[in-house]
Write a protein that binds this ligand. Structure first.
Ligand code: BES
Ligand code: MN
Ligand code: MN
Length: 456
């Protein structure tokens, strides 16, 4: 531990500078205008893997953005840890809400502000620096493989193909991912589950063109009004999702599981203050932690229709659109839920409009085991590094590849995240505490050490 701390202390300025370099690449996978930048980011990650001491480093082409691979095999008889992360980031918009530009990392109050600071550049880069540290101090205890992809934020469409085609190359004993949150640095935690996702787009079409709202208004159905009514009907008065069959496969937690989940520290007042809301919202009969960790939900991500420019234009719009996503819990399948959503949404459409429903990417939910040696190794690493026992939690977000690794490679995952839910992932002013970055670099080598020990 002392040796680890010493190495981080000696190199901490460079560790930060390198992360800043990585954060300066606008690697937005969703927007084609950043294509060249995304590709440059992959090259940079590969370069840093080589510098840290990895062999067989490769920028692997896919039909989309490349996957960066690297490895260090020290002994075939030792266990192998497969580190997964993503170098792509969410779009930074709306730009006017950023206090400093999203791709000019800036430190304020001990926090790094930049798009990707926490999700996931700051987090996967900890693994590359922890690897460097283990190489330089000759303490690498396991074989290590890196797979850092560039399409996570757009659904990892090509990762499945890559994983299926490279089963031998990716052979490992466990997958290690830092792309989730901890409760806080005072209450270190490990996420033990992620929700799945079904993402839909709907279009409600009325008259064949925008109409004069005085001439036609009141006599022709307004698609924006209809869409709002349809969307409003998707929750009932208790905020349950009002789609037949939606909850059919959902397993209720046992009282014991509920108790364990709710014993995690959660400050409702702090939560509300951070978000600027006066009251929380959600499915009746469930706590906030249950709602985000264990219950399926439905959200409108975006909605648009008619005239939204300057001034007033009097029209009855021809159509209205929305993007609607559902978070799923174990046993629900994204394909099935997409199907029942489509059927339901069609069925509630009045005759006055036509409705189109299309599905975007989805992802399956995952639970990660707490009884294996990998989880134990993470617990021991946290115990050593934080001097506290890790609290198991359930994450509300989705990392679809976790279920893919299990299905294709037969591998279990440890979700070893060092972010905070309040790090503003996907929001303006995303941040990552410098403290968490260094803490991660210090803690990860302990995982490798204990995983090797417990594998014996
Ligand atoms: N790192 C997040 C997922 C996450 C965040 C899990 C916080 C747990 C806690 C990941 O980059 C992400 O944003 N995933 C997407 C899904 C994907 C299919 C676009 C998500 O959750 O919306
Ligand atoms: Mn992420
Ligand atoms: Mn993300």
């Amino acid at each position: 531990m002392q040796e680890i701390k010493q190495y981080v202390e000696t190199h901490k300025d460079r560790f930060l500078e390198e992360l800043f370099e990585l954060l300066r690449f606008p690697s937005v996978s969703a927007d084609p205008k950043y294509k060249a930048d995304v590709l440059k980011t992959a090259e940079f990650v590969a370069e840093k893997l080589v510098e840290a001491g990895a062999d067989a480093v490769e920028v692997c082409e896919t039909a989309g953005y490349p996957i960066v691979y690297g490895e260090k095999i020290i002994d075939k008889n030792l266990p192998t840890v497969l580190v997964y992360g993503h170098y792509d980031v969410q779009p930074p918009e709306p730009l006017e809400l950023w206090h400093t530009p999203p791709f000019e990392p800036t430190v304020r109050d001990g926090k790094i502000y930049a798009r990707g600071a926490c999700d996931d550049k700051g987090q996967f880069y900890m693994h590359i620096k922890a690897f460097e540290l283990m190489m330089q101090t000759h303490t690498l205890a396991c074989n290590i493989k890196f797979m850092i992809e560039g399409e996570e934020e757009v659904g990892s469409n090509n990762l499945g193909i890559f994983v299926k085609a490279n089963k031998e190359k990716l052979k490992a004993d466990v997958v290690l991912i830092s792309d989730t949150s901890m409760l806080s640095m005072e209450h270190p935690s490990l996420e033990t589950g992620l929700r799945g996702l079904a993402y839909m787009e709907v279009e409600v079409v009325g008259p064949n063109k925008d109409l004069h709202s005085g001439v036609y208004g009141g006599a022709v159905a307004n698609p924006a009004t209809i869409l709002c009514q349809m969307i409003a009907s998707l929750h009932d008065e208790n905020n349950h999702v009002n789609i037949p069959g939606f909850y059919d496969k959902v397993i209720e937690l046992t009282d014991e599981e509920k108790k364990a989940l709710n014993s995690a520290p959660h400050d409702n007042e702090e939560y509300k203050k951070d978000l600027g809301i006066d009251e929380v919202w959600g499915e009746k009969g469930y706590s906030t932690l249950e709602r985000t960790g264990t219950r399926p939900t439905l959200e409108v991500n975006g909605i648009w229709s008619g005239y939204t420019g300057e001034g007033a234009k009097t029209i009855l719009p021809s159509k209205a659109n929305a993007k609607i996503s559902m978070r799923l819990v174990p046993k629900q399948s994204s394909e099935e839920i997409a199907e029942i959503f489509t059927k339901h949404f069609q069925s509630i459409a009045p005759k006055t409009v036509k409705v189109k429903v299309t599905a975007h990417h989805g992802g399956e939910p995952a639970v990660t085991p707490t009884d294996g040696i990998a989880y134990q190794a993470a617990e021991k690493a946290i115990q050593d590094s934080f001097g506290k026992k890790a609290i198991p939690t359930r994450g509300g977000g989705s990392i679809p590849i976790v279920s893919l690794f299990e299905d294709v490679l037969g591998l279990k995952t440890v979700l070893f995240g060092f972010g905070l839910d309040s790090d503003a992932l996907h929001s303006p002013n995303e941040k990552y505490n410098i403290y968490n970055y260094y803490k991660g670099i210090e803690t990860l080598p302990l995982f490798h050490k204990y995983f090797a020990e417990l594998s014996k």
